[in-house]
Design a protein around this ligand. Structure first.
Ligand code: PLP
Ligand code: TYF
Length: 396
């Protein structure tokens, strides 16, 4: 039965983790996978999460099956974060939201649902994008292409190219957009550019699918969510996947969601019923713990304020590390102007280093980034920054 089964390629990012773990270099630094570490190099357990878990332990609860679409308070909290609790879409009941197994799960539920409603649509992801976008939409049965995004010569977004790609897309094409903190490049488009993208989406009848895996890591929760308001204001129907993996440092709990903005409540009810079929036939219903923690934090004003403070600290620390990286590279003798690193946003930096340089960083210095030159600046800290700067300077 399995004799003809071929060995599948490793995930390019998660595969790096295995290589990092096996590395015996005592100075090794993992800037490969997109995970936030604190200044001691530790994966944080947020205080808001600990407080919510403490309260839950004081009143132990049995674990029945959750509803197919998840915890009602969780879904309400996701809607509130994405659209605003008092927003017209939420108040009118035209958002269908389900709890999902991480942001990845939200994308996958959306992709499977879209395959039913638009079986012949094509999907466009940014060039480059999080590689799982391509794999996930391909596995859902779509032909996946790209829209122009990164311009290495300008070190920024090739916005003219992006608009041209979108203008050339057939009506009904599903456009996967990074709501904020673009992975892997770290370059976002400006609010004015979003307006232009939305105008093309509207004119061409494209279907937007916003991936919001880093809400709060750019400029703030509300600020990063502002792009959603623009899509709402344009009167579009669209998809938003949410991930709390990074913003709650709950990677392993797999907490995410999918929201679909519909025309009206009746349509949202029908869409929700179909999303529930996708879920039921995949994993029946989501797990309890992570969703319960996030719902508890987001629905308690004190814990929510604590979360916003802790998320803000992560955001500020990343920005400080970007500046330290720029300064450290200069001090280490790098001639080239590296200040572009501080114009990037979120957890990643496209460093512009070549594959050969990235391989050297790994093999000679134990500094791990992806072959594309992507580095997770959220894993830099006051102890490893000098070493990383020295290593980069040597390969440059
Ligand atoms: N989308 C993007 C752009 C990501 O970087 C990630 C990272 O993990 C995800 C989605 C998936 O999120 P999760 O880990 O919650 O599945
Ligand atoms: O891009 C990253 O590093 C994160 C983590 O298949 C990740 O988004 C990487 C690869 C993958 C799943 C998550």
């Amino acid at each position: 039965l399995f004799s003809a089964v071929e060995m599948a390629p490793r995930d390019p990012i998660l595969g790096l983790n295995e290589q990092y773990n096996a590395d015996t270099n005592p100075n090794k630094v993992n800037l490969g996978v997109g995970v936030y570490f604190d200044d001691n190099g530790k994966l944080p357990l947020l205080q808001c999460v600990q407080a919510a878990e403490q309260a839950m332990m004081e009143k132990p609860a049995a674990r029945g099956y959750l509803p197919i679409d998840g915890i009602a308070a969780y879904d309400a909290a996701v809607k509130g974060l994405v659209f605003g609790a008092d927003s017209e879409p939420v108040k009118s009941g035209r958002v269908a939201t389900v709890q999902a197994i991480g942001g990845t799960g939200g994308l996958k539920i959306g992709a499977d649902f879209l395959k039913k409603v638009s079986p012949n649509a094509k999907v466009l992801i940014s060039d480059p994008s999080w590689e799982n976008h391509r794999a996930l939409f391909s596995n859902a049965g779509f032909e996946v292409g790209t829209y122009a995004y990164y311009d290495p010569t300008q070190r920024g977004v090739n916005f003219e190219g992006m608009l041209a790609s979108l203008n050339a897309a057939e009506p009904g094409t599903i456009i996967v957009l990074h709501a904020c903190c673009h992975n892997p490049t770290g370059y976002d488009i400006s609010p004015e550019q979003w307006d232009q993208v939305i105008a093309v989406i509207q004119a061409k009848g494209l279907t937007p699918f916003l991936d919001m895996a880093y809400q709060g890591f750019g400029y703030g929760i509300k600020e990063d969510g502002a792009v959603i308001d623009k899509f709402v204001a344009a009167g579009l129907n669209f998809f938003v996947s949410t991930s709390f993996s990074k913003s709650f440092s709950l990677y392993g709990e797999r907490v995410g969601g999918l929201s679909v903005l519909c025309q009206d409540k009746a349509e949202a009810d029908r869409v929700l019923s179909q999303l529930k079929i996708v879920i039921r036939t995949n994993y029946s219903n989501p797990p309890t713990h992570g969703g319960a923690v996030v719902a508890a934090v987001l629905s308690n004003p004190e814990l929510r304020a604590l979360w916003e403070k802790e998320l803000g600290e992560m955001r500020v620390r990343i920005k400080a590390m970007r500046q330290k990286l720029v300064d450290g590279l200069k001090a280490a003798g790098v001639q080239q102007d590296m200040s572009f690193i501080t114009t990037q946003i979120g957890m990643f930096s496209y460093s512009g280093l070549s594959k050969d340089q990235m391989v050297r960083l790994r093999n000679e210095f134990g500094v791990y980034g992806t072959d594309t030159g992507r580095m997770c600046v959220a894993a830099l800290n006051s102890k490893n920054i000098d070493y990383v700067c020295q290593a980069i300077a040597k390969v440059m």
